[in-house]
Design a protein around this ligand. Structure first.
Ligand code: B12
Ligand code: SF4
Length: 646
């Protein structure tokens, strides 16, 4: 961190440790381009590394953990257990003497951010302007509400009857402004006003509390139209080695072209805007050439929302000859034909997440997806043919879903099993404020009391519809779907912690084309694991594919972990010479005396001269590994001594 910063952007725990947070990195680049000095304090990643394996469970990305972070008990325990470290972080932030401190609030870290802001306010008073922003906040503008609008956190309104209302008002009162939706323009305006000593009156897209329960007028302004005006993030404010994957987030566009009835994203991001392919290419090239990153996570709602620009981007990447990997969310559409998907694959697209949601045409229509089942199946099959991994999302228990609808979804999964790699998100339907489903409950078979319950219960409600769906019905269907996944050999998306990481690691590793990629991927992923990667590798070493077995041997060697000895010794008997050679080399690297008799046999007998060239080459290389030579020397000495003793 530099010694002084006009603005410090804070990411409180927990946020996924895989990669840096895109929103704060974008805001930092934007403010810097406008002459403000900015630091990002990623408290989440620093505390993740300091946490015990048990504490790290609070960084899991599940809905259950997200919900846990909204509970008083979790927050209080965290504040108490980490009080010294939290204070040290806040002191570090304030030592930069910022004029503005901004908290980035998400599904998981908002309540903690509120508490941290309170501590800053109590200790430093109004010397600093405190601001919050991020996807946790939502403004509902409605004439019948006092002040004409309500501010929601996690979809939970500050007005209405909720027990949490009081808390939220107290929390929000510590902030000078809460900025809604796209943050660049309003945050810049706020910083300029603070710099000039001007009041924040009329600041667009922000909620300001004048007195308890009293909000300043809310002024909405359209987001930045020309996305070329927003510079790409350079991540220079962050230590990228802290993140557990060597990958970076990127955006291809902003907003969404769909209007699904259970989603509010279209309100948050305003009109859909595509980025120019040339701008995205420049960003990818920067990360590739300057930061040495080759893997990218497109954080778009739909990376294929503008097919023309996507095609253009692919052709630019191919022309440039960049060897990169990327993927993200997509919507099923006719244009995703084999030709386009092959082109995307050639440009590095490795995986796509399809919001399939249901196998019942009736439910797909109710959700408002506006595609046919056949189109979806064709997209998945074409991805398979193009060599792109397919992940799908499924919603269980959408209001009005009948048993027959659910059986259609089960059949869909069974029928398309060979074209689905993973159901990445399998969610029991949840009601969210301000979605079409909640605004027009009668169209979705919901009783008005159910919707009222939402206001009372922090966005979580044990709802029932007139079709007879209840939480229990959904749970039962969910369990049956899990059973089906086990039967057809698909990973269970509800797996948590180490199990989930292990399964993800396997998926990641298998997808890599060359042993070299496999190796670098495994080494990158390993830092994420509390358990040794060896366990995953043991499974991979039994994989039917030769390249996977050879890669697994090589990675085990790189890990230099004695626990891998037995499995590597077994691999010396593999039917493939490539695998045998890699196993021998790995044993050489580990250079454990227990492996020497096996290797000694191969190395010293000279019998390997008759083995095919690949193995010979590997063994010749093995001789050059100094470490093994030293050990062999020691071993020979020892043998000699023992013979002498006898
Ligand atoms: C990619 C993604 C993920 C990835 C995260 C990868 C990553 N590196 O971010 C994964 C798959 C891990 C994920 C997981 C989850 N996600 Co998610 N995710 C997204 C997605 C599609 C994109 C996020 C993103 O990068 N957007 C682009 C950046 C630029 O936007 P941004 O971060 O919001 O930042 C902008 C503004 O918010 C604002 N801003 C942000 N910070 C700050 C700070 C200040 C001071 C200011 C002024 C402004 C500001 O300015 C930024 C630039 O304009 C969004 C939907 C969306 N399009 O945003 C959902 C979304 C954020 N996820 C959501 C949910 C629910 C989840 C999960 C809980 C899902 C689950 N059930 O498991 C988990 C929780 C994860 C966690 N621990 O936090 C919800 C959040 C709902 C809410 N209101 O909080 C969203 C909005 C999708 C949705 N509608 O359901 N997610
Ligand atoms: S496609 Fe996704 S982001 Fe877009 S409206 Fe539908 S659910 Fe929301």
């Amino acid at each position: 961190m530099s010694e002084q910063a006009d603005v410090v952007l804070v990411l409180a725990p927990p946020f996924i440790p895989d990669e840096p947070h895109l929103g704060t990195a974008l805001l930092a680049s934007f403010l810097k381009a406008n002459d403000f000095s900015v630091a990002i304090h990623d408290m989440s990643i620093q505390m993740f590394h300091a946490a015990t394996p048990e504490q790290r469970r609070l960084w899991d990305r599940s809905a259950a953990v997200a919900l846990q972070w909204q509970q008083r008990e979790t927050i209080d325990t965290f504040l108490y257990e980490h009080r010294e470290s939290l204070q040290a972080h806040l002191d570090q932030i304030m030592s930069l003497k910022p004029k503005v401190v901004g908290f980035s609030c998400h599904m998981t870290n908002s309540v903690l951010s509120m508490e941290l802001a309170k501590i800053i306010r109590e200790k430093y008073g109004h010397k600093v302007t405190l601001v919050a922003g991020g996807p946790a906040f939502f403004v509902n503008e409605a004439e019948q509400l006092p002040g004409g609008y309500e501010l929601c956190m996690y979809g939970h309104p500050t007005h209405g009857k909720s027990a949490l209302r009081q808390h939220m008002e107290r929390w929000f009162a510590n902030f000078d402004a809460i900025i809604l939706d796209e943050g660049e323009a309003p945050l810049l305006e706020l910083c300029k006003r603070v710099d000039d000593g001007d009041a924040l009156d009329g600041l667009a897209n922000s909620v300001r509390i004048q007195a308890p329960g009293q909000y300043a007028e809310f002024v909405r302004e359209s987001p930045i139209r020309d996305l070329s005006k927003i510079p790409f993030p350079t991540f220079e404010e962050l230590d990228l080695s802290l993140y557990t994957r060597q990958q970076l987030p990127v955006l291809f566009n902003r907003g969404c072209i769909k209007k699904c009835t259970c989603c509010t994203e279209r309100y948050r991001w305003g009109n859909f805007r595509a980025r120019k392919a040339e701008d995205i290419l420049a960003e990818l090239k920067h990360h590739h050439d300057v930061l040495g990153v080759t893997q990218f996570n497109a954080c778009d709602m739909l990376l294929n929302a503008n097919v023309r620009e996507l095609t253009h981007l692919c052709s630019l990447i191919i022309e440039e000859g960049m060897q990169i990997g990327w993927g993200g969310n997509v919507v099923v559409r006719k244009e995703m034909n084999l030709q386009l998907l092959k082109m995307m694959r050639q440009a590095g697209c490795a995986w796509l997440i399809f919001g399939i949601e249901s196998g019942s045409p009736r439910i797909v229509e109710l959700i408002g997806k506006k595609f046919t089942l056949e189109e979806g199946e064709r997209n998945l099959a074409n991805c398979r043919r193009a060599g792109i991994r397919t992940y799908i999302n499924i919603i269980i228990g959408f209001p009005g879903e009948t048993e027959e609808d659910f059986l259609h979804t089960m059949n869909y999964v069974r029928r398309n099993r060979d074209n689905i790699d993973w159901i990445i998100l399998m969610a029991m339907f949840e009601l969210f404020h301000h979605t079409e489903v909640v605004l027009k409950p009668e169209q979705y078979d919901l009783a008005p009391e159910t919707v009222e319950g939402l206001v009372e219960n922090f966005g979580v409600v044990d709802w029932a519809d007139k079709t007879g769906n209840t939480y229990e019905v959904c749970q039962y269907r969910f369990a049956r779907m899990q059973h089906l996944l086990a039967e057809v050999g698909l990973p269970d998306p509800t797996m948590q912690g180490d199990d989930m990481r292990r399964s993800q690691v396997k998926e990641e590793l298998k997808a890599h084309k060359s042993v070299r990629d496999l190796l670098s991927c495994a080494l990158a992923i390993d830092t994420d694991l509390d358990t040794p990667l060896g366990e995953v590798m043991e499974d991979l070493i039994a994989d039917p594919e030769e390249r996977i077995r050879a890669g697994a041997c090589r990675v085990l060697g790189m890990m230099e972990d004695r626990k891998a000895l037995t499995v590597l010794m077994e691999a010396l008997n593999d039917k493939s010479d490539w695998v045998k050679g890699e196993a021998a080399k790995a044993l050489g690297r580990i250079a454990d005396p227990a492996a020497i008799p096996f290797l000694g046999e191969v190395l010293m007998d000279g019998t390997y001269e008759n083995l095919p060239p690949t193995l010979q080459r590997n063994l010749a290389r093995l001789r050059r590994v100094r470490k093994i030579q030293d050990v062999i020397f020691e071993f020979e000495q020892k043998l000699g001594d023992e013979e002498g003793d006898q």
